[in-house]
Design a binder for this molecule. Structure first.
Ligand SMILES: [Fe+2]
Ligand SMILES: [Fe+2]
Length: 174
């Protein structure tokens, strides 16, 4: 069964492609939509589900690992602030500043994603299958609650794909 780390890494793959075209460069709506997905789905699933579960394990280096996770987690605030500022500039007609910061936004985001793939996600498979399954189920509920259409628009992951991955079996994905 596919697991939550894999789902999040698939989302990172979509973000890497989007970053190459500076997604949202020509449309404020597209950037708002992407940022909403990022904050309310992707980051929410990491902070509320994956990070607490992966830290709460008897690692030999638990203290160091917890610090690593907290450091990487702090990037989320930086990325959010950057996006909030860009949205503010674009809405007030300061297109130049918006365009100027766009590459920095995607660079910060994709570097952050790679550090998760390098320093956090590889440990996921060491956890008990039951814990991973429960986490995937909880992540799916967040994704469903916040709206599957926006999620699919920004990740390219179809509801059929999600239904296939769903540990709750058919029915949980509307
Ligand atoms: Fe993240
Ligand atoms: Fe991530």
């Amino acid at each position: 069964m596919a697991d939550l780390s894999e789902l999040l890494m698939m989302e990172h793959s979509a973000i890497r492609i989007l970053s190459r075209v500076s997604y949202g460069k020509d449309s404020l709506e597209a950037f708002e939509d992407f940022n909403d997905y990022l904050v309310k789905d992707h980051v929410e699933v990491e902070e509320r589900i994956l990070f607490p579960v992966i830290v709460d394990f008897e690692w030999n280096d638990r203290r160091d690992f917890e610090q690593t996770v907290n450091r990487i987690k702090a990037d989320h605030r930086l990325i959010e602030t950057l996006a909030d500022n860009m949205l503010k500039w674009k809405r007030s007609g300061n297109d130049d500043l918006y365009d100027l910061r766009m590459p920095l936004f995607y660079k910060t985001l994709t570097d952050h994603n790679l550090s998760e793939e390098d320093q956090i996600f590889p440990r996921w498979k060491k956890l008990e299958a039951e814990d991973r399954k429960r986490a995937l189920k909880e992540a799916m509920s967040i994704i469903v609650e916040t709206g599957l259409d926006r999620y699919s628009r920004n990740t390219g992951i179809s509801r059929e794909f999600l239904a296939y991955m769903d540990p709750g079996g058919s029915g949980s994905i509307p």
